[in-house]
Design a binder for this molecule. Structure first.
Ligand code: MSP
Length: 658
């Protein structure tokens, strides 16, 4: 039994940049956090689960300017999309903080002033390099080749401006001591070692204000400066707890956070800069920063320029939020990168949700109806099979809890699914259809025992799977005829036999449908020998081929005949019976156009939806496989069979390409 007194748990996701639509990589982080939060609630904790949006900075200001709207108008629209996505994914956050909210701004200014008053912030001049997409400062020595960001590889900009600096270096020894005393603070361990190396190489003071743009929180004592976006953003974890309000109960109850869950590339900000800010501010340091891996698609990191960004909304619409959540958590071990492929996704969902779990429920409810008029009668374990099932159930609850407490969601799920398989096997072992014939004395009681054991196993399973599949889990309870699932706790399934005698099942629709598995488009990335072979031959081919010379000059008037414009993909589907063709419906600003394009071997149709491409609008229409195709989507391809569709993000459909 867990002691439920004084159990509180504060978990956060990063706050997301509203610079583009969120993709399934972002849903990965939020799904992990939501699953942990839901588990902790079932385990009797009072939980606070925070997510939000990181809305300031040069990148956002530029994107808004390009669209001719204010930064706040720009971010509000995108942030509303985040909120819709979290709703669609059944995310149970208790709060959503926007860094543009007054409650946040007040706290950032207060803490900035506090660090300044303490002498930890001083004015100087910044001369160096800045990666605007990552909002990160870099020194010349750390840059990648040709002045690129060492993290993301994109070009950096030279910056020279008066700035305030935060005395990071002053706290380097204190940080190393803290890490030594709190070895579990950074996880997984490999990240911890990287961070220690980083600090041991020497910390530079951090530039914490900018003057060359104004979309940010003003430095309270020098308003021509805005606070550096990371100093601003990290404070969200505290500002959302209203520390400056008269009622400080949230802050007092939940700070320090139990876990900041972040992607591996931002562990540095959370595990070095953030604790040092807190040291300077004399505030308690969170208990853990967990750096999860990235979700890659068909073996490649998602990026707009590669055109392999998978939009979660069409996936959720088609397969349901539980399917996406289950896949992300069961397929990927938390610290590692994971690979998403649509066929693998559908296969997993069919086999684990529809077959293993869904069928177990269907069969159980159908048999209880058929054999016992829907009524379950409590019966003790008698046979070896019964005893084995009951004892595995109890062991499963324990192991599951241990794994979940250690944030090893992947193993926790494996444990539960092993129990689900065991329960399915129990049906085959006990053969209820034979018992129902009543050939032997005692068969009637045995049949009741089997039905009770199946239903009780499902009652326990429902509580264990709920954190990851919160749409389907309550339906298991409903079909078993139980009420009050919202209040069910882990404590309610720690003992076998909690299902009351006389419960009447309520047959319902299958909780998870089966889907047709789409064809594999690329070589499976998991098959490393195969992908390595492909990569090598591609590379050889690439160097063997000559790049063609530039064609003969044309006049500008020739070029001007082309009507090139930005178009947004409204829908995209495979053309039936064609291996190569995709059918697109495009928003081209003034009309909708249908285009057929031979790029099916390079892109999943779902990944194209929402993408903005460059479109040649005045190419004479042509019929392809019976479909009238108007115009052409521009793409580039090399000689190693790589193809990328052009991708423009911040312009509206109809914008002219000149
Ligand atoms: N705004 C900052 C975070 C500030 S927190 C005080 C930021 N935003 S982000 O939108 O770029 O990224 C948010 C999170 O999404 C990061 O943790 C990042 O690792 C995660 N992911 C983005 N792409 C991802 C994958 N492909 N896979 C998994 N997570 C990924 O950074």
């Amino acid at each position: 039994m867990t002691d439920t007194a004084n159990k509180r748990f504060y978990i956060t996701t990063p706050i997301y940049y509203p610079s583009a639509k969120l993709h399934i990589g972002h849903t990965y982080c939020t799904t992990i956090a939501d699953t942990v939060a839901r588990f902790k609630r079932r385990a009797g904790y009072e939980v606070r689960f925070l997510t939000g949006s990181d809305e300031h900075g040069q990148k956002i200001q530029r994107a808004a300017e390009a669209m001719g709207i204010t930064p706040l108008e720009y971010t509000t629209k995108i942030v509303n999309g985040f909120k819709d996505l979290w709703k669609a994914l059944n995310i149970s956050n208790d709060d959503f903080i926007r860094t543009t909210e007054k409650r946040h701004e007040k706290v950032v200014q207060y803490l900035f002033q506090k660090a300044y008053d303490k002498g930890d912030i001083y004015k100087s001049k910044y001369k160096g390099w800045y990666c605007t997409p990552d909002e990160t400062f870099w020194t010349e020595q750390k840059l990648g080749p040709n002045h690129t960001c060492p993290d993301c590889g994109r070009p950096v900009e030279e910056v020279e401006e008066e700035s305030y600096f935060f005395k990071m270096n002053k706290y380097a020894d204190q940080w190393l001591k803290f890490i030594d005393e709190n070895p579990d603070f950074i996880q997984p361990e490999a990240r911890r070692n990287e961070m220690i190396q980083f600090v041991k190489q020497g910390l530079e003071d951090l530039c914490v204000s900018r003057t060359s743009f104004d979309w940010g929180i003003k430095v309270p004592f020098d308003p021509k400066h805005v606070v550096y976006v990371w100093f601003d953003a990290l404070v969200n974890y505290i500002s959302a707890l209203n520390p400056l309000e008269e009622d400080k109960s949230l802050f007092e109850k939940f700070w320090p956070a139990d876990i900041h869950l972040v992607g591996k590339e931002i562990v540095r900000f959370h595990s070095i800069i953030w604790p040092i800010m807190l040291m300077s501010l004399d505030l308690p340091i969170p208990k853990k920063v967990f750096g999860h891996g990235w979700l890659v698609v068909d073996g490649t990191k998602m990026s707009k320029s590669l055109g392999n960004v998978v939009d979660p909304i069409p996936l959720i619409d088609m397969y349901g939020s539980d399917a996406l959540r289950y896949y992300l958590l069961s397929e990927i071990h938390l610290g590692n990168d994971g690979n998403f492929t649509l066929p693998n996704f559908v296969q997993r969902v069919n086999s684990d949700l529809a077959n293993d779990l869904g069928n177990l429920l269907n069969r159980t409810v159908a048999m209880v109806e058929k054999y016992h008029g829907g009524v379950i009668t409590a019966m003790p374990s008698v046979s070896e099979f019964d005893k084995d099932l009951a004892s595995l159930a109890m062991q499963t609850v324990k192991e599951y809890e241990t794994y979940m407490e250690a944030f090893d969601l992947n193993r926790a799920l494996k444990t539960v699914w092993a129990f689900i398989s065991r329960t399915n096997k129990y049906i085959d072992e006990t053969m209820p259809w034979v018992l129902a014939k009543g050939a032997n004395e005692g068969d009637a009681e045995k049949l009741q025992t089997v039905m009770y054991h199946l239903a009780e196993a499902l009652r326990i399973i429902a509580v264990l799977v709920d954190p990851v599949i919160p749409t389907g889990a309550p339906k298991i309870w409903e079909q078993l005829g139980l009420a009050g699932f919202a209040d069910a706790k882990l404590d309610d399934v720690r003992q076998w036999g909690g299902l009351p005698s006389g419960t009447k099942v309520v047959k319902g629709d299958p909780i998870y449908p089966r889907f047709e598995v789409p064809e594999m488009i690329d070589a499976p990335a998991a098959d490393s020998a195969l992908s390595e072979a492909t990569a090598t031959s591609a590379a050889t081919e690439e160097t063997a081929q000559e790049i063609p010379p530039i064609k003969e000059n044309i006049e500008y008037d020739d070029f001007a005949k082309l009507d090139l414009r930005v178009a947004k993909v409204i829908s995209c589907e495979k053309v039936k019976k064609s291996k190569k063709l995709l059918k697109f419906v495009l928003d081209v600003g003034v009309a909708e156009r249908t285009v057929v394009s031979g790029i099916s071997q390079y892109y999943e149709p779902e990944s194209m939806i929402g993408k903005k491409v460059i479109y040649l609008a005045n190419l004479a229409p042509k019929k392809l496989m019976g479909i009238e195709s108007s115009g052409m989507i521009l793409s580039a391809s090399d000689f190693a069979d790589h193809l990328e569709v052009t991708n423009i993000e911040s312009l509206i459909p109809g914008s002219l390409v000149k």
